[in-house]
Design a protein around this ligand. Structure first.
Ligand code: GDP
Ligand code: MG
Length: 689
């Protein structure tokens, strides 16, 4: 592969709803530019971009893949992303290292929920965006319908960069409004504008020129002076307007038959900023910000945006922001304060790794077995340390409890989970102390399903999954005092301890407090400490249904010891049992985790979503209207949200999305508590048997 200087590199993310044809477009571009000798097909499982087993099985992208497209004098690094919204983590990673985004809109379906999310995410990343109306050759394409859908559902101002020639099966090409030429067929032949499109093209060009003028003050002057803008000036103006987010150009293509795809490359080359046109800010470690100069001669800084574990070991995807990265070098990992060795350096094309001697500033590549380094780490020079901010990922929305099958699986479970979640930062895992379950969380059921399959196929760990138990807690609601005597006389030395304990409701933030009000030394210091230890042990065990107790203040205010038989163990037992007895007398209550749910749905669904929260013991806290979308915020117990993803999907025909954030623990309503405690106890008993 040729080397490309910074100014000849473009990093572009393809984002959209699932199935809009991103991967097919990349396959077409690879083929048309001679990078591949056969055009890969998603359906046939031969796509170079969808090379993972899971992708072939599903005929759809699951993770982000990189394809360098060499065309004319530039290299366009395309980041092909999965469209399914549960893989949003991959999309966020791609957007983070790109200078521009192509938002694909499926020509028949129009704007879908995944399109809106992609549009929004690219906007939040501050990226220049281009809209590509894709799969134009499909039956039933109506250009006016898809245009309306774009204007109604995506916020922004749009300008036609092209006009489509024909629609549906009669789509034959586009009119390029900059050169005022037709681009036809799958060989990108040039021709005159069809006679019946002449007027429409003139009119659309006026709008394009106006948008170009708005992007650049000099051009605006010229425009007002009614001077003609040159083609170069129009491109320059549009590029600037797009970069400022003033307008979004719209293009059309059909990658499967290969119609109007070369103009897409042309637009990316012309309109997406080169890395040196969009510097990034890093942190110098002392809290000061520093703008990295994207050139080969500035100090080296690169960012790890993706990590994959495969048969050959760990593969770290890097984006160089400044300086050069060389094979067989040593670099500094600023996030781990460690030197790491860079061995062979690669440029990646799907599953293919092409070894290169160096990566120029702005380029994207990968390193195998990069020692102590993980996604989100910054690599730099030891003498010039900087860190780049981590990729912001959303909180998990769904969880499963995972259980190893065999003894061998038990041993491998934790390390495999750590590797799995290191590859995908929208996956998290933890051990829930309240339920003794190992919990894997992610963005949805499909996401988790694939993660679990990976555990098996990639890391060789057999696991079964189940719906996680709700991590309830227990607390007390009033003050209660008790006395407890532990006495044992068996053969030799006996055991004796007597304690007077008082429990009081404490604050939610302090799970457990212990103090002594003993006067006159009825219980000596070490035995008071032993009593506390006993209480703490009981806290973990709970009294209602085996969940940890929280928000309790314990006071030992009297007691008695025996000169011979009192021992620490005796006071520990008295503490534990006395504490349980006191808690049982203090009107114990069950607490449940309460989350804030933020649900975004089409305005028509707002009523349904709100009344649905009533059936989930939720409290609607607020609502908002943004465009034709309603946003409902509600506080709702986790116990009622376990199947929300599927329920929301059916309530909104898949057009609703939501996020969850833990708020606090709240009382289980008293009318539900007895029944729930009975149920939880029965479950506990079943497990013990
Ligand atoms: N009619 C038509 N179908 C296409 C075209 N491009 C892709 N497809 C089909 O659309 C489906 C989804 O394509 P894919 O590239 O996987 O979409 P992605 O999810 O955005 O990557 C596949 O079945 C493709 O064969 C096109 O230009 N025309
Ligand atoms: Mg795909």
């Amino acid at each position: 592969m040729k080397e490309y200087p910074t100014s000849a590199i473009r990093n572009v993310a393809f984002v959209s709803h699932n199935g809009a044809g991103k991967t097919t477009l990349v396959e077409r571009l690879l083929f048309d530019t001679g990078a591949t000798t056969r055009m890969g097909s998603v359906q046939a499982g031969t796509a170079h971009m969808d090379f993972e087993d899971e992708e072939k099985a599903r005929n759809s992208s699951v993770s982000l893949a990189v394809a360098p497209i060499e065309w004319r004098d530039v290299k366009i690094n395309i980041l092909d992303t999965p469209g399914y919204i549960e893989f949003v983590g991959e999309v966020n990673s791609a957007l983070r290292v790109a200078e521009g985004a192509v938002v694909l809109v499926e020509a028949v379906a129009g704007v879908e929920v995944g399109t809106e999310l992609a549009w929004q995410a690219a906007g939040e990343a501050g990226l220049p965006r281009v809209v590509l109306v894709n799969k134009m050759n499909r039956d039933n394409v109506r250009v006016t319908r898809v245009m309306n859908s774009i204007k109604e559902n995506l916020e922004g101002r749009f300008v036609q960069l092209q006009l489509p020639i024909g629609e549906g099966p009669s789509f034959t090409g586009v009119v390029d409004l900059i050169s005022m030429q037709a681009r036809l067929g799958n060989k990108d032949e040039r021709g005159p504008i069809p006679a019946d499109m002449q007027d429409a093209a003139e009119e659309a060009r006026l709008a394009l020129v106006e948008a170009a003028a708005e992007g650049d003050d000099d051009l605006l002057e010229k425009y007002f002076a009614e001077e003609e803008l040159t083609m170069e000036e129009i491109v320059r103006g549009i590029k600037s307007a797009v970069k400022q987010g003033l307008v979004t150009p719209i293009m059309y293509a059909a990658p499967e038959p290969g119609i109007a795809v070369i103009p897409v490359l042309e637009a990316l080359r012309a309109l997406v900023p080169a890395p040196d046109e969009r510097p990034i800010t890093a942190n110098k470690g002392n809290g000061d910000d520093v703008e990295l100069t994207p050139s080969d001669t500035s100090p080296f800084a690169a960012f790890i945006f993706k990590t994959v574990e495969d048969r050959f070991g760990k593969l770290s995807f890097v984006r160089v922001y400044s300086g050069k990265m060389s094979a067989d070098s040593r670099v500094w990992n600023a996030d781990r304060n460690a030197e790491v060795r860079v061995g062979t350096l690669y440029v990646v094309r799907g599953a293919e790794h092409i070894s290169v001697p160096l990566l120029h500033a702005g380029d994207i590549g990968a390193v195998v077995k990069l020692g102590d380094a993980a996604t989100n780490d910054t690599l730099c020079e030891r003498t010039n340390q900087v860190t780049l901010p981590p990729i912001v990922q959303p909180e998990p929305l769904a969880s499963v409890a995972v259980e190893p099958i065999s003894q061998a699986d038990v041993a491998k479970l934790n390390t495999s989970l750590t590797r799995l979640t290191g590859e995908d930062l929208t996956l998290r895992w933890h051990t829930e102390t309240a339920t003794h379950q190992t919990i894997l969380s992610g963005m949805g059921t499909v996401h988790l399903d694939i993660a679990v399959k990976k555990m098996q196929s990639k890391f060789g760990v057999g696991i079964t999954t189940s719906l996680p138990k709700v991590p309830y807690r227990e607390t007390i609601t009033k003050t209660s005092s008790t006395e407890y005597t532990h006495k044992k006389q068996t053969g030799g030395a006996g055991q004796y301890a007597r304690v007077f304990l008082r429990v009081e409701p404490g604050s939610e933030d302090v799970p457990f407090e212990f103090s002594s009000e003993i006067f006159g030394g009825s219980v000596s210091g070490p035995f008071v400490a032993a009593t506390e230890k006993g209480c703490r042990a009981a806290v973990e065990e709970g009294v209602l249904a085996g969940y940890p107790i929280t928000g309790v203040k314990v006071v030992i205010y009297d007691g008695k010891e025996h000169p011979v038989d009192s021992k620490e163990i005796a006071f520990q037992i008295a503490g534990r049992e006395g504490f349980k007895q006191a808690v049982l007398g203090a009107a114990p209550a069950l607490l449940e985790p309460i989350y804030e749910a933020t649900v975004t749905v089409p305005a028509d669904n707002m009523g349904d979503v709100m009344s649905d929260f009533n059936t989930r013991r939720g409290r609607v806290m607020g609502m908002d209207q943004i465009g034709n979308k309603s946003i409902v915020r509600a506080e709702v117990p986790l116990a009622e949200m376990q199947t929300y993803m599927a329920d929301l999907r059916s309530m909104t025909q898949g057009r609703g999305v939501f996020s969850l954030k833990f708020l606090h623990y709240g009382r289980v309503p008293s009318h539900l508590q007895d029944q729930l405690v009975a149920k939880l106890r029965a479950e506990m008993k079943k497990e013990d048997d």
